[in-house]
Design a protein around this ligand. Sequence first.
Ligand SMILES: *Cc1c(COP(=O)(O)O)cnc(C)c1O
Length: 360
Amino acid sequence: MARVYNFSAGPAVLPEEVLQEAAQEMLDYRGTGMSVMEMSHRSAAFKGIIEEAEADLRTIMSIPDNYKVLFLQGGATQQFAAIPMNLLKTGKADYIVSGGWSKKAYKEAKKYGQINLVASSEDQNFTYVPNVDELELSPDADYVYICENETVYGNKFHKLPQTGDVPLVADVSSCFLSEPIDVTKYGLIYGGVQKNVGPAGVVIVIVREDLIREDLPEYVPTIMQYKTQADAGSMSNTPPCYGIYICGKVFKWILAQGGLEGMQKRNQEKAAVLYDYLDSTDFYQAPVRKEDRSIMNVPFVTGDADLDAEFVKGAKAKGIENIKGHRSVGGMRASIYNAMPIEGVKALVEYMKEFEASHR
Ligand SMILES: *Cc1c(COP(=O)(O)O)cnc(C)c1O
């Protein structure tokens, strides 16, 4: 068995311990004689799994009692529609666009209301996040929307917009559980788990109870109403059972690593190894403005597309996989999520140095 260093942006690397444990329980989950994949979502065994997962997530993030935790399907993309459908009341919302994901969310929301683009960093190909101190927010908006960490461009809001009484909604798909978070600063937090938390197929929505409404427009599908799933404990229909089970194991792993403080320390150390090297050479360039850099997704380029392609090819031979950048940025991107060990980042930097030395 040879495991590679997997820098994929998502689905992405998972903790090896979690995969080992899942492998051991594959055929017989704790004496049930069946795999978690084969059991009823109404069974006592699965009830235990989902309840423990939620309890552990609440502990990790210190989620207050007046927030519901929903384990849903449809990915982050379905939430681009579910959020305006559930939260628009006056019909107005403010969106900040700092990359491709928030741009998609903005476009989708426009189908459902009067959506105001308050700021965008598209003018410089999303190499920065808009200044949150200079936003002209609408006081009567139903919510303000951000994508906290833009996976493709590798930028991050290190400071949140001050939205007063207007709820802040954040897509945290690619920075979920990567550092401590104050849940009370948000009305709704959501993320597809396949970036930093688990396998594809689960999206977690953490939503303040007063934002869960019954008086929704007729057109809102029953299954997309937060009320439906909140009342049913995420089991209005069959939940993504196996994915939730793996997320539960990742939550235990995070707790064992010192919770979100532990994750932050680990992630900052890894990011420093990579950014320190990038800042020490002019052979590679990291396009994002320093103060807006993500510690999860790190894009870099040589400035020469052929050289970039050669870099990616050579990386593969070193067991460094999925390092090719997104087509909209080009070059390379290292996604260094929670489960990426520091050895992986060191191996990458070693290879970058060798490549620089032989191609300068
Ligand atoms: C990957 C990603 C999405 C889309 O997720 P799906 O689960 O594929 O719908 C949305 N937002 C961000 C920030 C992402 O990284």
